[in-house]
Ligand binder design. Structure first.
Ligand SMILES: [Zn+2]
Length: 109
């Protein structure tokens, strides 16, 4: 069972209390963006075999969104952090790099 720590209310919530929200840290595009870039924003998502940054909502708890870093293969959770951050916290990136040497994800690692 997937258990994520909600950084908003401090509860360790199991997956029955959570709603997935897809990939975290998407770059939003506006109406002046070329069609190809807008299509990429709407439909193209990372689907890594390994570390992934995701959005989750504590739907049956505080109701707030947060981000989680976890491994899609082992379900290991590296950490969670508030959704109002543009990039994952540096200490979380270091934790992931310590556990998964050579790991990279976009330009974040
Ligand atoms: Zn919560």
């Amino acid at each position: 069972m997937l258990i994520l720590h909600c950084p908003c209310c401090g509860i360790d919530a199991d997956e029955t209390e959570l709603t997935p929200g897809g990939e975290a840290h998407l770059t939003r595009v506006g109406p002046d963006t070329p069609d190809e870039a807008f299509e990429g924003y709407l439909f193209m998502r990372e689907n890594p075999r390994g570390v992934h940054f995701e959005r989750w909502r504590h739907a049956y708890g505080c109701g707030k969104w947060f981000h989680a870093a976890r491994c899609t293969v082992t379900l290991e959770v590296f950490g969670t952090y508030p959704a109002q951050t543009a990039k994952p916290p540096a200490d979380l990136l270091q934790t992931i790099s310590d556990k998964r040497p050579g790991w990279t994800w976009r330009d974040l690692a």
